[in-house]
Design a protein around this ligand. Structure first.
Ligand code: NAP
Ligand code: GDD
Length: 326
């Protein structure tokens, strides 16, 4: 049987790196879209990379950008992937309030450009869209696939647009396309300005005497936090199913940002109240207060279930950041 070929956009991000690892371990040839930058941005996947002249190389990286539609067509024609995992996005909610137009371009229209590239190139690829629990926004929990969207940020609005474009291409052109509506998922590879990683890094630095205080915004927001490698496994399962559909992926548990802070400081024997300070710059003009996902559909159709829950997730992240400090 010939090797399966996959393309991952956003391969240099948290999820892209875990997914690339998992697909390579399954025997896939993996292609990744990366942005040209004046400094290297591949640190999360460097351990997977081999020189392309090496006959054993099965990971190939290509320069490109989600704002450049013609490049996406050329790449698809050249790579002819069987599966496309579209993870690339301006993914930071707070930043999307500062850069709403750019976020709409990359996070919203970027999906349309890729869908069009599939249609124009006629590559018979299955397509995964990184949809988000942020789309539920102000709709009260628990949220599942039938919960109404109520986006509360430019990022969430862009993801809602992309979600509907995926459904439209599924219905209009028969594309095997799935929306994975993933709730927050974290790991030691999480971007350093998302709140869990900001906390775990600060706790590691404070516990080892390198930092004194941690400045945060709203501690009351509640999130359904899972472990990223389990969530990338759910993405793969979606594209192996018999029929394309949309799935919520979540743990079904909910903790506040304050709970996460407390658990992280307690893990190293410190009192969080002595170190955490408030800075209004981290507040958002509109907030998402409460997310708890109901992933029953993913359990029933994909056999997927979250295993790592927040108390353990906190320990994994804090321990990794302490180890990284040497
Ligand atoms: P991430 O770490 O922020 O990674 C985002 C990726 O997108 C990076 O590889 C980034 O490249 C790439 N990218 C950004 N702008 C691009 C552009 N214009 N052209 C091409 N690539 C671009 O995000 P993540 O946490 O892995 O999340 C993956 C996806 O799932 C995102 O779409 C996110 O919105 C969505 N999502 C995430 C969560 C979560 O909790 N993590 C939950 C639901 C949905 P650089 O490395 O060059 O910046
Ligand atoms: N980033 C950040 N920094 N958030 C803070 C801070 C801070 O200093 N202080 C409090 N928070 C609160 C935010 O107001 C928010 O309520 C919560 O912490 C989580 O913020 P983030 O970690 O930035 O994640 P997010 O929930 O806004 O978005 C993430 O999850 C979405 C899925 O629901 C991102 O990964 C999105 O891309 C993803 O779609």
């Amino acid at each position: 049987m010939s090797e399966k070929v996959a393309l991952i956009t956003g391969i240099t991000g948290q999820d892209g790196s875990y997914l690339a690892e998992q697909l390579l371990a399954k025997g896939y040839v993996v292609h990744g879209l990366i942005r040209r930058s004046s400094t290297f941005n591949t640190s999360r996947i460097d351990h997977l990379y081999r020189d392309p002249h090496d006959p054993e190389a099965r990971l190939f990286l290509h320069y490109g950008d989600l704002t450049d539609g013609s490049r996406l067509v050329t790449l698809l024609e050249r790579i002819a992937p069987a599966e496309i995992y579209h993870l690339g996005a301006q993914s930071h909610v707070r930043v999307s309030f500062d850069e709403p137009e750019f976020t709409g371009d990359v996070t919203g229209l970027g999906t349309t450009r890729l869908l069009e590239a599939i249609r124009v190139s006629e590559v018979p690829a299955r397509f995964y869209q990184a949809s988000s629990s942020e789309m539920f926004g102000a709709s009260p929990p628990p949220q599942d696939e039938s919960t109404q969207f109520y986006p509360r940020s430019p990022y969430a609005a862009a993801k809602v647009y992309a979600y509907w474009m995926v459904r439209n291409y599924r219905e209009a052109y028969g594309l095997f396309a799935c929306n994975g509506i993933l709730f927050n998922h974290e790991s030691p590879r999480r971007g350093e300005t998302f709140v869990t990683r900001k906390i775990s890094m600060a706790v590691a630095a404070i516990a080892t005497g390198r930092q004194k205080d941690l400045y945060l915004g709203n501690l009351d927001a509640k999130r359904d936090w899972g472990y990223a490698p389990e969530y990338t496994d759910a993405m793969w399962r979606m594209l192996q199913a018999d029929e394309p559909t949309d799935y919520v992926v979540a743990t079904g548990t909910s903790y506040s940002v304050g709970d996460f802070v407390r658990m992280a400081f307690e893990h190293v024997g410190l009192d969080w109240e002595k170190h955490v300070k408030f800075d209004p710059r981290y507040l958002r003009p509109t907030e998402v207060d409460d997310l708890i996902g109901d992933a029953s559909k993913a359990k029933e159709l994909l056999g997927w279930q979250a295993e790592v829950l927040p108390p353990e997730l906190v320990r994994i992240m804090v321990d990794a950041d302490i180890e990284a400090l040497g």
